[in-house]
Design a protein around this ligand. Structure first.
Ligand code: 0O2
Length: 204
Protein backbone atom coordinates (compact mmCIF):
# COMPACT_ATOMS: atom_id res chain seq x y z
CA UNK A 1 0.00 0.00 0.00
CA UNK A 2 1.46 3.40 -1.00
CA UNK A 3 0.08 5.38 1.91
CA UNK A 4 1.26 8.81 0.72
CA UNK A 5 -0.63 8.45 -2.55
CA UNK A 6 -3.66 6.89 -0.85
CA UNK A 7 -3.90 9.61 1.79
CA UNK A 8 -3.26 12.62 -0.51
CA UNK A 9 -6.94 13.20 -1.49
CA UNK A 10 -8.01 12.82 2.18
CA UNK A 11 -5.49 15.45 3.19
CA UNK A 12 -6.74 17.78 0.46
CA UNK A 13 -10.36 17.17 1.50
CA UNK A 14 -9.58 17.97 5.16
CA UNK A 15 -7.84 21.22 4.15
CA UNK A 16 -10.71 22.28 1.89
CA UNK A 17 -13.45 21.34 4.35
CA UNK A 18 -11.70 23.18 7.18
CA UNK A 19 -11.72 26.35 5.07
CA UNK A 20 -15.38 25.85 4.12
CA UNK A 21 -16.62 25.15 7.64
CA UNK A 22 -14.53 27.97 9.15
CA UNK A 23 -15.97 30.17 6.41
CA UNK A 24 -19.46 29.49 7.74
CA UNK A 25 -18.37 30.79 11.13
CA UNK A 26 -16.82 33.91 9.62
CA UNK A 27 -20.03 34.72 7.77
CA UNK A 28 -21.92 34.83 11.07
CA UNK A 29 -19.24 37.14 12.46
CA UNK A 30 -19.47 39.50 9.45
CA UNK A 31 -23.21 39.73 9.95
CA UNK A 32 -22.74 40.23 13.73
CA UNK A 33 -24.95 37.23 14.37
CA UNK A 34 -24.51 34.58 17.03
CA UNK A 35 -22.40 31.85 15.45
CA UNK A 36 -23.55 28.27 16.08
CA UNK A 37 -19.90 27.31 15.48
CA UNK A 38 -17.32 27.93 18.20
CA UNK A 39 -14.39 26.32 16.36
CA UNK A 40 -13.53 23.81 13.66
CA UNK A 41 -10.69 21.27 13.59
CA UNK A 42 -9.69 18.59 11.14
CA UNK A 43 -7.23 15.75 10.81
CA UNK A 44 -6.29 12.84 8.61
CA UNK A 45 -6.39 9.63 10.63
CA UNK A 46 -2.85 8.38 11.36
CA UNK A 47 -1.85 5.29 9.33
CA UNK A 48 -1.45 3.15 12.48
CA UNK A 49 -5.03 4.02 13.57
CA UNK A 50 -6.37 3.18 10.10
CA UNK A 51 -4.59 -0.18 10.14
CA UNK A 52 -5.69 -0.94 13.74
CA UNK A 53 -9.31 -0.10 12.94
CA UNK A 54 -9.24 -2.23 9.77
CA UNK A 55 -7.79 -5.17 11.75
CA UNK A 56 -10.33 -4.76 14.56
CA UNK A 57 -13.22 -4.72 12.09
CA UNK A 58 -11.69 -7.40 9.84
CA UNK A 59 -11.71 -5.01 6.88
CA UNK A 60 -9.36 -6.15 4.05
CA UNK A 61 -6.95 -3.45 2.80
CA UNK A 62 -8.76 -2.92 -0.57
CA UNK A 63 -12.01 -2.24 1.32
CA UNK A 64 -10.54 0.42 3.65
CA UNK A 65 -11.59 3.27 1.37
CA UNK A 66 -15.22 2.15 1.48
CA UNK A 67 -15.49 0.96 5.05
CA UNK A 68 -13.31 3.23 7.17
CA UNK A 69 -15.44 6.34 6.96
CA UNK A 70 -13.38 8.64 9.16
CA UNK A 71 -9.98 8.73 7.44
CA UNK A 72 -10.80 12.38 6.76
CA UNK A 73 -12.24 13.78 9.99
CA UNK A 74 -13.68 17.21 10.69
CA UNK A 75 -14.97 18.42 14.02
CA UNK A 76 -17.36 21.31 14.49
CA UNK A 77 -17.66 22.42 18.11
CA UNK A 78 -20.74 24.43 19.08
CA UNK A 79 -21.62 26.45 22.17
CA UNK A 80 -25.12 24.98 22.67
CA UNK A 81 -26.99 21.75 21.83
CA UNK A 82 -29.49 23.61 19.57
CA UNK A 83 -26.54 24.95 17.56
CA UNK A 84 -25.61 21.37 16.60
CA UNK A 85 -28.91 20.93 14.76
CA UNK A 86 -28.52 24.35 13.11
CA UNK A 87 -25.08 23.25 11.81
CA UNK A 88 -26.54 19.91 10.63
CA UNK A 89 -29.25 21.80 8.69
CA UNK A 90 -26.60 24.04 7.08
CA UNK A 91 -24.56 20.96 6.12
CA UNK A 92 -27.67 19.30 4.63
CA UNK A 93 -28.34 22.42 2.54
CA UNK A 94 -24.88 22.53 0.94
CA UNK A 95 -24.41 21.71 -2.72
CA UNK A 96 -20.68 20.89 -2.66
CA UNK A 97 -20.95 17.38 -1.19
CA UNK A 98 -23.50 14.63 -0.55
CA UNK A 99 -24.58 13.16 2.76
CA UNK A 100 -24.16 9.40 2.90
CA UNK A 101 -25.23 8.76 6.49
CA UNK A 102 -26.14 10.55 9.73
CA UNK A 103 -25.56 9.11 13.20
CA UNK A 104 -27.26 10.84 16.11
CA UNK A 105 -25.36 9.89 19.27
CA UNK A 106 -27.04 12.75 21.11
CA UNK A 107 -30.61 11.41 21.09
CA UNK A 108 -29.11 8.00 21.79
CA UNK A 109 -25.67 8.23 23.37
CA UNK A 110 -23.14 5.41 23.09
CA UNK A 111 -22.64 2.90 25.91
CA UNK A 112 -19.45 4.76 26.95
CA UNK A 113 -21.47 7.98 27.48
CA UNK A 114 -20.22 9.48 24.17
CA UNK A 115 -22.43 12.14 22.62
CA UNK A 116 -21.98 13.79 19.21
CA UNK A 117 -23.78 14.10 15.90
CA UNK A 118 -21.90 12.46 13.01
CA UNK A 119 -22.50 13.24 9.35
CA UNK A 120 -20.71 11.05 6.80
CA UNK A 121 -20.26 12.84 3.51
CA UNK A 122 -19.08 11.93 0.05
CA UNK A 123 -16.75 14.74 -0.95
CA UNK A 124 -15.45 15.35 -4.49
CA UNK A 125 -11.72 16.07 -4.58
CA UNK A 126 -10.28 17.47 -7.81
CA UNK A 127 -7.06 15.62 -8.60
CA UNK A 128 -4.71 15.78 -11.57
CA UNK A 129 -6.42 12.57 -12.76
CA UNK A 130 -9.93 13.99 -12.47
CA UNK A 131 -12.53 13.96 -9.68
CA UNK A 132 -12.11 11.48 -6.84
CA UNK A 133 -14.89 11.03 -4.30
CA UNK A 134 -13.82 10.23 -0.78
CA UNK A 135 -15.74 9.69 2.47
CA UNK A 136 -15.28 12.15 5.33
CA UNK A 137 -16.80 12.21 8.81
CA UNK A 138 -17.99 15.49 10.32
CA UNK A 139 -18.44 15.25 14.09
CA UNK A 140 -20.64 18.00 15.53
CA UNK A 141 -20.72 18.41 19.30
CA UNK A 142 -20.93 20.98 22.08
CA UNK A 143 -17.96 22.29 24.04
CA UNK A 144 -19.03 20.14 27.00
CA UNK A 145 -19.36 16.98 24.82
CA UNK A 146 -15.96 17.77 23.31
CA UNK A 147 -14.33 18.18 26.74
CA UNK A 148 -15.70 14.79 27.77
CA UNK A 149 -14.74 13.02 24.52
CA UNK A 150 -11.16 14.32 24.53
CA UNK A 151 -10.61 13.12 28.10
CA UNK A 152 -12.28 9.77 27.50
CA UNK A 153 -10.20 9.27 24.38
CA UNK A 154 -6.94 9.92 26.30
CA UNK A 155 -7.96 7.50 29.05
CA UNK A 156 -8.87 4.86 26.50
CA UNK A 157 -5.44 5.31 24.97
CA UNK A 158 -3.77 5.10 28.38
CA UNK A 159 -5.57 1.86 29.27
CA UNK A 160 -5.40 0.49 25.67
CA UNK A 161 -9.14 -0.07 25.68
CA UNK A 162 -8.96 -2.08 28.96
CA UNK A 163 -10.35 0.62 31.22
CA UNK A 164 -10.90 -0.30 34.90
CA UNK A 165 -14.62 -0.53 35.67
CA UNK A 166 -14.53 2.28 38.27
CA UNK A 167 -13.03 4.66 35.67
CA UNK A 168 -15.66 3.57 33.12
CA UNK A 169 -18.39 4.33 35.64
CA UNK A 170 -16.89 7.72 36.53
CA UNK A 171 -16.76 8.57 32.84
CA UNK A 172 -20.43 7.64 32.42
CA UNK A 173 -21.28 9.88 35.38
CA UNK A 174 -19.16 12.67 33.90
CA UNK A 175 -20.97 12.29 30.55
CA UNK A 176 -24.32 12.78 32.30
CA UNK A 177 -22.93 15.78 34.21
CA UNK A 178 -21.70 17.29 30.92
CA UNK A 179 -25.13 16.77 29.39
CA UNK A 180 -26.84 18.41 32.38
CA UNK A 181 -24.43 21.35 31.99
CA UNK A 182 -25.50 21.64 28.33
CA UNK A 183 -29.16 21.58 29.40
CA UNK A 184 -28.63 24.27 32.07
CA UNK A 185 -26.66 26.46 29.65
CA UNK A 186 -29.44 26.15 27.08
CA UNK A 187 -31.93 27.39 29.67
CA UNK A 188 -29.88 30.53 30.36
CA UNK A 189 -28.89 30.92 26.73
CA UNK A 190 -30.80 34.15 26.17
CA UNK A 191 -29.04 35.81 29.12
CA UNK A 192 -25.63 34.66 27.83
CA UNK A 193 -26.41 35.97 24.32
CA UNK A 194 -27.57 39.34 25.66
CA UNK A 195 -24.32 39.62 27.66
CA UNK A 196 -22.22 38.77 24.58
CA UNK A 197 -24.15 41.31 22.50
CA UNK A 198 -23.60 43.93 25.23
CA UNK A 199 -19.82 43.34 25.24
CA UNK A 200 -19.66 43.35 21.44
CA UNK A 201 -21.44 46.75 21.26
CA UNK A 202 -19.22 48.10 24.02
CA UNK A 203 -16.09 46.96 22.12
CA UNK A 204 -17.35 48.54 18.83
P1 0O2 B 1 -10.25 8.04 16.65
O1 0O2 B 1 -9.02 7.70 17.39
O2 0O2 B 1 -10.96 9.24 17.19
O3 0O2 B 1 -10.01 8.14 15.15
P2 0O2 B 1 -19.76 1.97 13.53
O4 0O2 B 1 -19.35 0.84 12.63
O5 0O2 B 1 -20.53 3.04 12.86
O6 0O2 B 1 -20.38 1.54 14.82
P3 0O2 B 1 -17.33 3.60 13.52
O7 0O2 B 1 -17.12 3.49 12.06
O8 0O2 B 1 -16.11 3.55 14.38
O9 0O2 B 1 -18.36 2.53 14.06
O10 0O2 B 1 -18.07 4.93 13.76
P4 0O2 B 1 -18.43 5.61 15.13
O11 0O2 B 1 -18.78 4.64 16.20
O12 0O2 B 1 -19.43 6.62 14.74
O13 0O2 B 1 -17.07 6.29 15.59
C1 0O2 B 1 -16.33 7.12 14.77
C2 0O2 B 1 -15.51 8.05 15.62
O14 0O2 B 1 -16.34 8.71 16.58
C3 0O2 B 1 -14.44 7.41 16.46
O15 0O2 B 1 -13.31 7.14 15.69
C4 0O2 B 1 -14.20 8.49 17.52
O16 0O2 B 1 -13.50 9.60 16.98
C5 0O2 B 1 -15.62 8.92 17.79
N1 0O2 B 1 -16.17 8.09 18.87
C6 0O2 B 1 -17.09 7.11 18.75
N2 0O2 B 1 -17.36 6.56 19.93
C7 0O2 B 1 -16.59 7.20 20.85
C8 0O2 B 1 -16.43 7.09 22.28
O17 0O2 B 1 -17.05 6.26 22.96
N3 0O2 B 1 -15.54 7.94 22.86
C9 0O2 B 1 -14.83 8.87 22.14
N4 0O2 B 1 -13.98 9.65 22.81
N5 0O2 B 1 -14.96 9.00 20.80
C10 0O2 B 1 -15.82 8.17 20.17
P5 0O2 B 1 -12.27 6.04 16.16
O18 0O2 B 1 -11.62 5.44 14.97
O19 0O2 B 1 -12.92 5.06 17.07
O20 0O2 B 1 -11.20 6.80 16.97
Amino acid sequence: MKWDIFLAPYSQAVDELKIKLKGMRKQFDYESRHSPIEFVTGRVKPITSIVDKAKRREIPIPKIEEEVQDIAGLRVVCPFVDDIYEVVDMIRARQDFDIVEEKDYIEKNKESGYRSYHVIISYPVETIHGEKRILAEVQIRTLAMNFWAINEHSLNYKYSGQMPSDVTQRLKNAAEAAFRLDEEMSKIRKEIRDAQEFFRRKKD
